[in-house]
Design a protein around this ligand. Sequence first.
Ligand code: ZN
Length: 307
Amino acid sequence: MIKAKVKAKESAKPVANSKEEKKKVKKAEPKAVKKETTKTKIEYVEPAKPKAKHKDISPDVTVEERLKALFNLQQIDTAIDKIRIVRGELPLEVQDLEDEIAGLETRMKNYTDEVNALEDTIVQRKQQMKDSLALIKKYEEQQNKVRNNREFDSLTKEIEFQNLEIQLCEKRIKEAKANIAAKNEVIEKAQAELDERKSDLKHKKAELDDIIKETEKEEKSLIKESAKAEEVMEERLLSAYKRIRSNARNGLAVVTVARDACGGCFNNIPPQRQMDIRMRKKIIVCEYCGRILVDQELAGVEVLEEA
Ligand SMILES: [Zn+2]
């Protein structure tokens, strides 16, 4: 929380120039002094010793001007936040595509391995058939030289067995060929899908590179703008703004009052406090979330100026 400053300090200074006249006007505001009790309220008098970097700031900058500067800075910083959020999500799309492609490639490799194994089986079976045929030929030659029926029958059985082996090989080869044809069809489809995804990836990557480049350009110019907006702000106010912003989940340190509620935490703001906010005579923070509150008119004026 930002500690409230003591108003008495302001009036202790000698009255001499226009700046002091302004303060007199400020002092004349009755509410400003009376309601200054809670710690959550900040009242800004000019800093006692402005730092060198900010010494060009006129000490009689009004609270209203400070509020406008704060709101302006918040608008710029919010725009930077948005760019970073959007850009953060972009590479995920590319990542998804890359994962999908890797999955398809693994599937393709598995299918290809299976086809190769089936082709090996065919080669083996073909060799087996050749061996069986050779055996049959040998047995048939032996049958011509047999001395009795028993030997002849025994060889006939061997030949029958080898014929059965050949049939089995033919069956297995047929099955393997059908299996290969089916797998090749799947591979072809997967390849088409893979080609499509790869082309998607190429386009998406180019698109995202463009967007990233574009947003980086925009971000850089916004960062410059933000730095410029910071320059016109007193050190104390700026560090308060940065602290509130870093603590806020959505990066909002300056919010408007909308529908009688804080635009940051949506807690109700009492009418008296809303009136104080509209007066723009002191910087008021939400008593629930600590965000700096501005009235909608001030915010609206800024929005129009930005456009
Ligand atoms: Zn709040």
